[in-house]
Structures are given as structure tokens and as C-alpha cells.
Design a protein around this ligand. Sequence first.
Ligand code: C5P
Length: 287
Amino acid sequence: MERENQAYAKINLSLEVLGKRADGFHDLVSVMQTVSLCDDLTFAPAEEVTFTCSQAELTGPSNLVVRAANRLRQVCGVSAGCAIHLEKHIPHAAGLGGGSSDAAATLRSLVKLWALTVPKGTLYRLASQLGSDVPFFLQQGTALVEGRGERVTPLPDPPTRWYLLAKPPIQVPTAEIFARLQRAAWSDGSRTHALASHLRQGGAVQFGPNSLQDALFSAYPLAQDCFERVSQVSEGRAAVSGSGPTIVAWFPSQDEARRAAERLEDNQFALFVASSVASHREKPSCA
Ligand code: C5P
């Protein structure tokens, strides 16, 4: 039996960095949201763990999918394998969490395929060892994310919003943006906590600050150019997703998001229109 799984991208509605930790990572407070742009994974029973990918440069043992499968196999003492194939649609090194989402989808699918009983705490610990954003993708939907990324508190699903995602033709390593971050960009997390309270009370989605924005724009002026263009077509409702370079804007309807995308089509940006994806509802098909 073959299993299929969709691994959704995320956007950050708000992201505040509180400070640097002794282990070199940063403490942050973020509101994250899964969106319908997604990668497709298939899992088929096999004797060994094997991995193929539609993008040859992402194939190899260092891919988070392979590391997730091997870690789960080791931790749970599994002798079976799995033939995994990844069809990549989420741009790589774009601030959309694609690799982390693939890893979380792998953990979820293999727990089912191998019929494992894994305590939730063990699965979340394993996820956070793979990458800071992986625990969020086990949860999905809208969530408040704290610590290095390992503390994930679900928020109620806001009404569906439509997003335009615009990615400049550059790849931005997350580690580089964190390394460039100035202390002056640190904040106390209060604006992100205020957004989380607003969403808990049934408020509509809006964007908070992103502490990584200035570090991104000074290293990659094309990301700032993209931000300004997306702001123009969204009445200023634009934000950087994660460490960028993807810029995201929200729209009340799919039509409005599509019309905004059409106004940007003469640019060099890769454009995607996607809806928010809730955690506990039936998932839509990919954007
Ligand atoms: O955890 P992940 O491998 O996704 O993080 C990539 C890089 O981003 C880390 O090596 C670190 O430099 C930086 N990072 C950070 N603080 C976080 C998350 C990521 O400094 N909370």
C-alpha cells in the first residue's frame, strides 16, 4: 500500500526575536500559519529507506526527509524500510519552511505506515532535533511558536484568508540572516503575543512585525524591492515570511489575490496564490 501526503508551506504572520541563547540559536515568538502551497510525498513499503526527489540537487542523505525517516527508525527500533518520493513545489531556502514541512510529513506518515505507537512528547522532541520549525508542522494550522521553535500552542483557525506569495530569484540561508541580525532588532515579543490574543478572541488575521526584515533587506536588496512591489498591489498589507526572501500579502478573496499577482507578472518573482490551511479540517488540494 502506498501512502500520499501533502506537506504545506508556512508563513509567519509575526516574528519577534527576543535574544541569542547560549547554544547559538535565538529565542523567538512567532505566529505561524500553514498555507495551501505544498510538496507531495509518497511512501511505499520497502526493505531499506530510499529517497528520490523531483529536484536532483535535493536528493541525498542530508535531506531532512531521509534524516527524519532514519531517526524515527532508530528511536523506535524499526527494521522495515520505505521508498520515499518527494515532488517539490515549495521553493527552497525561501522562508516558507518547505524542508521542515517535508520532515514533519515524513514523521507523521511513517508512524502510520510502520504502525508505531510513539508518545507525542517523543515525536515533538525528535521533530525539534531535526529543525526549529519541524514541531510547528506536526501541528499545522495557526499557532503561537516560542523558544527555539519547540513550544507550539495552537490558536483557533481564523476565517480562510488568501495570500499572494512572491519569491525573488535568490536563495537565502536562514543561518546567514540570523548571523547578520543586530541586537537593536531584538524585541520583547509583546506585539506577537497581542496578535495571538487577538486571534484567540476571533479577530481577523493581520501581520505583526518581523525582526529579521532589516537584516534580510540590507543583505538582499532584491527582497526589499519585492516587498515594495507587493506592498503597492496589496494596499500595504505585505510582510516578509521567516528569514525571507518570500514576501507575502493577504487578500479577502482568491480573485483579489489573483488580480494582484497579475499586476506583478512582468517581474522576475515566482508568484503563488494560496489559502490558509487549518489544522483540524479536511485539507484542500495544493495551491
Ligand atoms: O533549526 P534550523 O536548522 O532550521 O535553523 C537554521 C539556522 O537558523 C540555525 O543554524 C541557526 O543559525 C538559525 N536559527 C536561530 N534560532 C532559531 C532558529 C534558527 O538562530 N530559533
